[in-house]
Design a protein around this ligand. Structure first.
Ligand code: GSH
Length: 95
């Protein structure tokens, strides 16, 4: 299975757009709504440190940081997203 992780906020329309993109591609994702969890602010701080990105949505595909909404759509359009999603397929064949 793909390991797509979306750090989101439930009220953020850009987060919604990214969720809809992955759904439309038929790609399952894990999600953490930072405004709905107790330590969401701390998670967001750590995310800022490791990805150099303060905003949500913040998307990782198979451990690779993709970026926010803009970057994820860009990656979709230039083929990078598909490539990152297929990384996992390669690992499955290794098993
Ligand atoms: N260019 C960014 C993208 O495409 O993801 C814009 C992201 C953005 O502005 N997100 C807002 C945000 O993170 C929420 S919709 N605001 C600050 C915060 O929630 O801490």
């Amino acid at each position: 299975a793909n390991r797509v992780m979306i750090f989101s906020k439930s009220y953020c329309p850009l987060s919604t757009r990214v969720k809809e993109l992955f759904s439309s591609l038929g790609v399952d994702y894990n999600i953490l709504e930072l405004d709905q969890v107790e330590d969401g602010a701390n998670v967001q701080e750590v995310l800022t440190e490791i990805s150099n990105q303060k905003t949500v949505p913040n998307i990782f595909v198979n451990k690779v940081h993709v970026g926010g909404c803009d970057r994820t759509f860009q990656a979709h359009h230039n083929g990078l997203l598909q490539k990152l999603l297929q990384e996992d397929l390669a690992h499955d064949f290794d098993l």
